[in-house]
Ligand binder design. Structure first.
Ligand SMILES: NC(=O)C1=CN([C@@H]2O[C@H](COP(=O)(O)OP(=O)(O)OC[C@H]3O[C@@H](n4cnc5c(N)ncnc54)[C@H](OP(=O)(O)O)[C@@H]3O)[C@@H](O)[C@H]2O)C=CC1
Ligand SMILES: CC[C@](O)(C(C)=O)C(=O)O
Ligand SMILES: [Mg+2]
Ligand SMILES: [Mg+2]
Length: 345
């Protein structure tokens, strides 16, 4: 088995002496900055003027411009959207890096696909939490954590791996497991996971199930509960004890249906297409397409995003969730209320 490190396996003195700049205060940024601060680290947040600046200040963080935060820090964690990193790196981060600093990422995309080419005289590492930023924060406050991968691209000081491991511990990942990787492995597996299983595969499965039921005349509310709401409850069982634990809790009828019908839905041809998706990631075809889409100002992304939010499963879901006060309000809904005071969406 791989060498999975936990809280007490990781020394943190090497990072305690350093000043950390968290660049960006979005999903990952707010979580890293707050968790590190609460773990006793010297943290500043680097953002542009606007919403993130105000939010970080409201959360009690020290906030500087990106350039000032980088100039001030020894360790610079870049938590901007992947598509904005190359330009911000070129204009605001690179000119302010000093020899011996550490440049860090939560995903290897830009370094692996040569969109950010770091200087020779800095450490370069990644700490990639295997979970959404809002859960990196929420689990930390609950005394738990999200597992993370760490990997070193350049070890200029000889301390890069130690700093990376301490950083992972500082955001709470030592409570769940910290595992060594490479930039290539993290980038390719993360892109594959989000496209084929966690986000792309799952959202397509959920929509197809919902559409099949509603097109057959069943009530949309029943289809929503069956294909989306209950998914969390089923996945929680898998999270706690694997497929076996899920199958322990469901009826034997459901388990038999799982065995005989699951493979009719996800079959050998699905796996073939998964291999094609992986091949596009490995060859750089996916990365090239995403970079070009951004250079063209995201026409397809914007159109699909607008279309998706109008899907009947989203419409019925919004209505049903308002009637379920125990369903935790999403971070997205909360942030929209902050922008539109008194808003209900
Ligand atoms: N989302 C996740 O859970 C995960 C993300 N990652 C990786 O973490 C990194 C960050 O992703 P994520 O947290 O989703 O990013 P977000 O989209 O949440 O980042 C938003 C932040 O970036 C700032 N920002 C955006 N554009 C610019 C710009 N041009 N100049 C300055 N600031 C800018 C925003 O500021 P403003 O408010 O001013 O717009 C905001 O503070 C990525 O590399 C991603 O792949 C890794 C694991 C999981
Ligand atoms: C699953 C999507 C993710 O890779 C993540 C939350 O881990 C991302 O890029 O947001
Ligand atoms: Mg991921
Ligand atoms: Mg990802």
């Amino acid at each position: 088995m791989a060498n999975v490190l936990y809280h007490n396996d990781i020394q943190d003195e090497v990072l305690k002496q350093k000043r950390i700049a968290v660049i960006g205060y979005g999903s990952q940024g707010h979580a890293h900055a707050q968790n590190l601060k609460e773990s006793g680290y010297d943290v500043v947040v680097g953002v542009r003027a606007g919403k993130s600046w105000s939010k970080a200040e409201q959360d009690g963080m020290t906030v500087k411009s990106v350039a000032e935060a980088v100039a001030h820090a020894d360790v610079v964690m870049v938590l901007l959207p992947d598509e904005h990193q190359p330009s911000v790196y070129q204009h605001e981060i690179k000119p302010n890096l000093e020899p011996g600093n550490a440049l860090a990422f939560a995903h290897g995309f830009n370094v692996h696909f040569n969109q950010v080419v770091p200087p020779q005289d800095v450490d370069v590492f990644l700490v990639a939490p295997k979970g959404p930023g809002h859960l990196v924060r929420r689990t930390f406050t609950e005394g738990a954590g999200v597992p993370a991968l760490y990997g070193v691209f350049k070890d200029y000081t000889g301390e890069a791996a130690s700093i990376a491991k301490a950083y992972a511990k500082g955001i709470g990942s030592g409570r769940a497991g910290v595992l060594e990787t490479s930039f290539q492995e993290e980038t390719e597996t993360d892109l594959f996971g989000e496209q084929a299983v966690l986000c792309g595969g799952l959202s397509s499965l959920v929509k197809a199930g919902f559409e099949t039921l509603t097109e057959a005349g069943y009530q949309p509310e029943v289809a929503y509960f069956e294909c989306l709401h209950e998914l969390k409850l089923i996945v929680d069982l898998m999270y706690e004890g694997g497929l076996e634990n899920m199958r322990y809790s469901i009826s034997d009828t459901a388990q038999w249906g799982d065995f005989v019908s699951g493979k009719r839905i996800v079959d050998a041809s699905t796996k073939e297409r998964m291999k094609e998706v992986l091949a596009d990631i490995q060859s750089g075809t996916f990365a090239k397409g995403w970079i070009l889409e951004n250079q063209a100002n995201r026409p397809e992304f914007t159109a699909i995003n607008a279309q998706e939010s109008k899907h009947p499963i989203e419409q019925v879901g919004r209505e049903l969730r308002q009637l379920m006060p125990f369903v935790q309000e999403s971070e997205k809904a909360k942030s929209e209320k902050e922008v539109v005071p008194g808003g209900t969406h």
